[in-house]
Write a protein that binds this ligand. Structure first.
Ligand SMILES: [Zn+2]
Length: 463
């Protein structure tokens, strides 16, 4: 079960699906814009980070070493605003950084190579602003240092933004700017705000400069993949390109730009400012991290995903079928229970088709279809040892790529515990303690475990 075919990937920069060729064969540098730590991460963020985790896992499955960087914006207007008499901006930032790390860990997102923070990369940021001043791409106004987009030939190449459009969001309105779309690289010190010393004036960085400084520190001045939510294309990523290509004197800073579409809630964009967001902790009260991953990866990353609780429940039903196939294979392997049917070739074919769907611009909905065909082959046949072995390998790899199956060691433990309870129930039944034996059966059923009475004794099944 190997995939030698090339990955084809949609590149926001070219608006085309391209063959993915890393700069260094077998090594991929990936930078994903992380959170501004002023509030709890919500399910929209979870979609972005789970997607890039899945993408990283798939690249690793294909034999690449992936160096992933996720930054944390730990000083910013929003954080300073969220500070109060009781909480300094550092306390606010620490709290929500911890929440972010908790989310990544709980949602089985593999740790990146590094989580650089703005406050610990001030030197690199200041040097980059200085380079832009020296190269005459920047100018000074009363409140800060600004980047002059007119100095670049091709500003707007990522977003294809029409700067004449008055409805463009997120353009800083500052009097004196040479072009309305010029943006702050450095904001001069204000009363009661944190600041750092810099040769061009005390203050703190603007929003975009950190990503150019930190990505080049860890990945060099030309790297493979830069990603984030689709809402970052303009102005954030556009401005990152402008300042990086100007400072490093290069024509192509990042080779592939990958953006994840919005997650909406009842058809509205979910965002912190709209206050309609569903928190991760809220979801985890009802659904396991694996179900959440399954659901968030069920739509293609470029498709808007509309969240409803009903859709989550549907996802749980579908997910349960895959897990049942997994448990079936684990149980058969552990107890050496094999049937007669050989469907090993069919299982392998479905697995390979699933990988091909992922090679084709990470088409997860198609991949899911093949995962379900594979699960059906396991569940609707009394499969032989060869098929069990092939299915075990296929499902393990599926879990490696998607992170959607419960951990194997936990499965084994759970299975043994359930079997012991089933035997206890059997003893109670024999002793005519039906009230207790029924209660064990009901409790297990609530946990999705069914006891089947067979000629050989009770057998537990995960349903
Ligand atoms: Zn960024």
């Amino acid at each position: 079960m190997e995939s030698n075919n090339k990955l084809k990937l949609y590149n926001t920069l070219s608006r085309k699906i391209e063959d993915f060729n890393p700069i260094k064969k077998g090594k991929v540098g990936m930078y994903v814009c992380g959170p501004t730590t002023y509030d709890k991460s919500h399910i929209g963020h979870a979609r972005t980070y789970i997607f890039f985790d899945f993408f990283r896992r798939f690249l690793e499955f294909k034999g690449n070493k992936v160096k992933l960087i996720i930054n944390l914006t730990d000083v910013d207007d929003k954080i300073i605003k969220a500070a109060s008499k009781y909480d300094s901006w550092q306390v606010v930032s620490d709290r929500y950084s911890r929440y972010f790390f908790w989310m990544l860990d709980t949602l089985k997102i593999k740790p990146p190579y590094s989580f650089p923070q703005v406050t610990s990369h001030m030197q690199e940021i200041i040097e980059l602003v200085q380079t832009l001043i020296d190269k005459e791409f920047a100018y000074e106004l009363k409140d800060g240092i600004y980047f002059s987009i007119d100095k670049l030939e091709n500003y707007g190449k990522l977003s294809k933004v029409n700067l004449g459009d008055p409805t463009i969001a997120r353009i800083e309105k500052t009097p004196g700017k040479k072009n309305p779309a010029d943006f702050a690289l450095w904001k001069f010190k204000k009363v009661d705000e944190p600041y750092w010393y810099a040769p061009f004036g005390e203050g703190r960085p603007g929003w975009h400069i950190e990503c150019s400084a930190m990505s080049s520190k860890y990945l060099g001045t030309n790297f493979d993949i830069h990603g984030g939510g689709a809402d970052l294309i303009f102005p954030h990523h556009e401005n990152e390109i402008a300042q990086s290509e100007a400072a490093f004197g290069i024509k192509k800073w990042v080779n592939y730009w990958v953006h994840v579409a919005f997650l909406t809630i009842a058809k509205e964009k979910m965002s912190k400012s709209l206050k309609n967001f569903v928190g991760i902790d809220q979801l985890l009260d009802t659904f396991s991290p694996e179900i959440l991953r399954y659901y968030l990866l069920s739509a293609h990353y470029q498709t808007q995903l509309d969240f409803t609780w009903d859709k989550m429940k549907k996802a749980r039903e579908q997910w349960t079928r895959v897990v049942r196939a997994w448990y079936d294979v684990v149980q058969r392997t552990e107890r050496e229970i094999y049937g007669q049917e050989d469907v090993s070739n069919e299982i392998e074919t479905e697995f390979n088709r699933m990988i091909e769907s992922l090679n084709n611009d990470l088409k997860t909905p198609e991949a899911y279809k093949h995962i379900h065909f594979l699960a059906s082959l396991v569940l609707s046949n009394d499969i032989n040892k060869k098929s069990v072995d092939v299915a075990h390998e296929a499902l393990s790899k599926i879990s490696e790529i998607f992170g959607i199956l419960p951990e194997k060691s936990w499965t084994g433990k759970e299975l043994r515990l359930a079997e012991e309870l089933a035997e206890l129930r059997e003893d109670l039944r024999k002793g005519e303690r039906f009230d207790l034996s029924d209660s064990i059966r009901t409790r297990l059923k609530d946990e999705g475990i069914k006891i089947e009475d067979t000629k050989e004794g009770p057998r537990v099944k995960f349903v």
